[in-house]
Design a binder for this molecule. Structure first.
Ligand code: PLP
Length: 480
């Protein structure tokens, strides 16, 4: 039944702030209809649109086997069952907040300290972003965000809170670095339109670029925020996924060492265990704010998205095992580096370059030379060929609000070595064919539609009624 236009549901409920109607989810649909499987479906679509870290989960599994007492559902841990099952304080288990604060310091190389009393829980970084948007801005007010940026920010920050995101445009000529000039231009542009800017939102390390923000830029942002009395929100969800030099610098370190005069009440960090640990299913997100009022309000709001006490209990034990965490972070960085090296070398061999990255679960691939025309339409045309003919679900730059056509984000940590080699093999064959000009004929002849045929969408809806709603939905994945 379609409720569009009726008054049964709220305007927000029937609006499309959820972002699921975007044509960019077609890649996800193509994958859902025909997923690659190394044994049963070698011709299927390979999922390269999902920023998921599957490279080191075996280490966590092993820790959990060796520590049955960390689970309240084993004979070794059952004595805690009643206490944990009844626990519902939205402050969170004290031991969880303590372990999380200690871990956040460890992930940042011990160069910043975190206070357990400032750790506020949320349902993943998704919930954290939404809570901060609620706490920091009124509907119609805006955050400035360097582009390209994580597409689901449009949903997380704007859909329910009603705030706006305005891009700070960054460009390939300086490797998409954020400059003061670009920031000032965006800030002044918003003010000329009469929009009240309440904050700057950055992701460090960046999704989709896989690069880190340097110390000087972070200090500049903190100074700008202080001067203009606006907030600085730093999403550091990939802080533990930096696998090569230069070293990672967190805003926490910058305000302690480099910008001691900045107004700390304006600084807020978002973190989560979804990426560095590969635990998106645990839904563990953190708001770490230096502002007491924000901590108090966010904590009250956290009732809407608490982390299950069972998960808190398990993680409190795992995160406080400093020896294991140190080993995990080193091994995870080693595996991420190896995967990144193999993938980007494989691309380089066929003449495809990527932005030089040292973090994250993906590469920002430059296919500008393969566009038939240097427009968003040209990018979408090439993207559709990659999805439907090469059978790789990659994400086009336009979905990250990138203004320069021809960039694509390709995730490579969500698969095993064999699948990645198949993907590289397909890219090689595609480049060869492209050189022989066959692809142009494909693109011209093929009626690549924006939406699936009716039959296919019906199949999706019927086979999985939650397909478009659950965390497994194309929407969530495409945005991951
Ligand atoms: C920059 C960024 N922030 C937030 C999220 C959402 O993470 P979570 O699973 O913790 O909600 C993602 C997921 O891809 C992300 O890349």
């Amino acid at each position: 039944m379609v409720y569009q236009g009726s008054h049964l549901l709220s305007m927000k409920a029937i609006g499309d702030g959820h972002g699921e109607n975007s044509s960019y989810f077609d890649g996800w649909k193509a994958y859902d209809m025909n997923p690659f499987d190394p044994r049963h479906n070698r011709g299927g679509v390979i999922q390269m649109g999902l920023a998921e870290n599957q490279l080191s989960l075996d280490l966590i599994e092993e820790w959990s086997k060796n520590h049955p007492e960390a689970s309240i559902c084993t004979p070794a841990g059952a004595s805690q069952f009643k206490r944990i099952a009844n626990f519902q304080d939205y402050h969170g288990l004290p031991e969880f907040r303590k372990a999380m604060a200690q871990f956040m310091g460890q992930v940042r190389g011990g160069k910043a300290m975190f206070d357990p009393d400032r750790v506020v829980m949320s349902g993943g970084a998704t919930g954290a972003q939404e809570t901060l948007a609620f706490c920091l801005a009124n509907p119609g007010e805006a955050f400035l965000v360097p582009s390209p940026y994580y597409p689901a920010f449009d949903r997380d920050c704007c859909w329910r809170s009603g705030i706006k995101l305005l891009p700070i445009e960054c460009h390939s000529f300086n490797d998409f670095r954020l400059t003061k000039e670009a920031l000032v231009a965006a800030y002044n542009g918003a003010r000329r339109q009469g929009i009240c800017v309440k904050g700057i939102l950055i992701t460090n390390p960046s999704n989709p670029l896989g690069t880190i923000t340097d110390r000087g830029t972070l200090a500049m942002l903190a100074a700008f925020a202080t001067e203009h009395r606006i907030h600085l929100v730093c999403d550091e969800i990939y802080a533990g996924s930096v696998f090569a030099k230069p070293e990672y610098v967190s805003i926490a370190e910058v305000i302690e060492r480099d910008a001691p005069r900045c107004d700390r009440d304006l600084i807020h960090i978002v973190y989560s265990l979804s990426k560095d640990f590969g635990l998106p299913g645990f839904r563990v997100g953190i708001i770490y704010s230096y502002n007491d009022a924000v901590v108090a309000t966010a904590r009250r709001m956290s009732s809407f998205g608490l982390v299950s006490s069972q998960t808190q209990y398990f993680l409190a034990r795992m995160l406080s095992d400093e020896e294991f965490i140190g080993r995990f972070l080193r091994e995870s960085a080693r595996r991420l580096a190896a995967r990144h090296e193999r993938f980007t070398t494989g691309l380089r061999e066929v003449g495809i370059s990527c932005l030089r990255g040292n973090a994250g679960l993906f590469s920002w691939m430059d296919l500008r030379h393969m566009l038939r025309e240097k427009t968003t339409e040209g990018e979408v045309e090439l993207w559709r060929v990659i999805i439907h003919k090469v059978k790789l679900n990659v994400s086009p730059g336009a979905s990250f609000h990138c203004r320069e056509p021809g960039w694509f984000r390709v995730c490579h940590a969500n698969m095993d070595d064999e699948t990645m080699e198949v993907a590289l093999g397909r890219i090689r064959a595609f480049v060869r064919q492209h050189r022989q000009r066959k692809v142009k004929a494909w693109a011209a002849n093929e009626q690549l539609r924006l939406s699936l045929p009716l039959r296919a969408s019906t199949y999706l809806a019927l086979s999985s009624p939650m397909a478009l709603l659950s965390p497994q939905s194309p929407m969530v994945h495409a945005a991951s």
